[in-house]
Design a protein around this ligand. Structure first.
Ligand code: CA
Ligand code: CA
Length: 224
C-alpha cells in the first residue's frame, strides 16, 4: 500500500474501538518466547518498528530484549533496553549500535518506535510519539531476509542460547514493522491511539501475524 493510501485508510479508522492481542511474560526465563511469522521477508533498506511495552524490571539494573530478528549467523535487527535505560538498535552488529537517551521504559505502557533509513543512515526513536534526536547509523546497509523474529529472548545462535537475564518480563503488544519510514506525525497519532491499532505494518501486521508461543507466555485480547 502506498503511504498516501495508508494514511487515508488510517484516517478513515480514527477512534475505532478494537480488540488487540497482547503478550504477557510473567517471569524471567531462558525458555519462554514467541515466534512471529512476518507477512513478508525482511529485505529492508528502511523500516519503522513500533510496539507497546510495559515492564516492572528495575531501571539501570538489567538489559531487556524488546525485538529480535536473527539470521543463521547474525543478530540482524535487534532492539534493546540497555542497562543504563537507553534504547539500542543493533543492525547485524556485535556491539556497535545506535543508542538513544530517552525517557525510561517502566510499569506504565510506553509506545516505542524506531525508524531507520539506509541511504542516509538516519535513525531515530519515538517514545509516546515524541522524537529523539536523529543518529546516523549503518548507512548503505541492508537488512536481509532468511531469519526469524522472536519476542521475549535474545538468541545468540539460530535459534537458541538464550540468557534469562536478557529476557523480557512484562507485557508487549501492537508490534508492527513497516518497510518504510512513517512520517513523524503519523507515529505521534499512533502513540495517542487516534490512529492505531487499525493501522498496521506491511512486514509485520500485528492484527494478522501468526504467533507461535513457546513455554509460558500468556496471550490475551484487550479491548482498546
Ligand atoms: Ca544474548
Ligand atoms: Ca544475540
Amino acid at each position: 500500500m502506498k503511504l498516501s493510501a495508508l494514511l487515508l485508510f488510517c484516517a478513515a479508522s480514527v477512534a475505532q474501538e478494537m480488540n488487540v492481542r497482547t503478550l504477557i511474560f510473567e517471569s524471567e526465563s531462558s525458555e519462554n518466547y514467541v515466534e512471529l511469522t512476518p507477512q513478508k521477508p525482511l529485505d529492508l533498506s528502511s523500516f519503522t518498528l513500533c510496539l507497546r511495552v510495559a515492564t516492572e524490571l528495575p531501571q539501570e539494573d538489567r538489559e531487556i530484549i524488546l525485538f529480535a530478528y536473527r539470521t543463521q549467523d547474525h543478530d540482524e535487527l535487534n532492539l534493546w533496553r540497555e542497562f543504563d535505560g537507553r534504547i539500542g538498535l543493533y543492525l547485524r552488529s556485535s556491539g556497535e549500535a545506535a543508542f538513544f537517551t530517552v525517557p525510561a521504559l517502566g510499569p506504565m505502557q510506553t509506545h516505542l518506535c524506531v525508524t531507520w533509513e539506509s541511504s542516509s543512515g538516519a535513525t531515530a526513536v519515538f517514545v509516546d510519539g515524541k522524537k529523539s534526536l536523529t543518529k546516523i547509523y549503518k548507512k548503505s546497509h541492508t537488512v536481509v531476509s532468511g531469519g526469524r523474529v522472536i519476542i521475549g529472548q535474545d538468541p545468540d545462535s539460530y535459534l537458541g542460547d538464550f540468557n534469562s537475564v536478557q529476557s523480557l518480563v512484562g507485557e508487549i503488544s501492537d508490534i508492527n514493522l513497516w518497510s518504510y519510514v512513517l512520517p513523524d506525525s503519523f507515529i505521534k497519532q499512533m502513540a495517542t491511539q487516534t490512529l492505531s491499532p487499525a493501522c498496521s505494518g506491511d512486514v509485520i501486521d500485528w492484527k494478522l501475524v501468526n504467533l507461535q508461543i513457546i513455554g509460558n507466555v500468556a496471550h490475551i485480547t484487550r479491548n482498546v
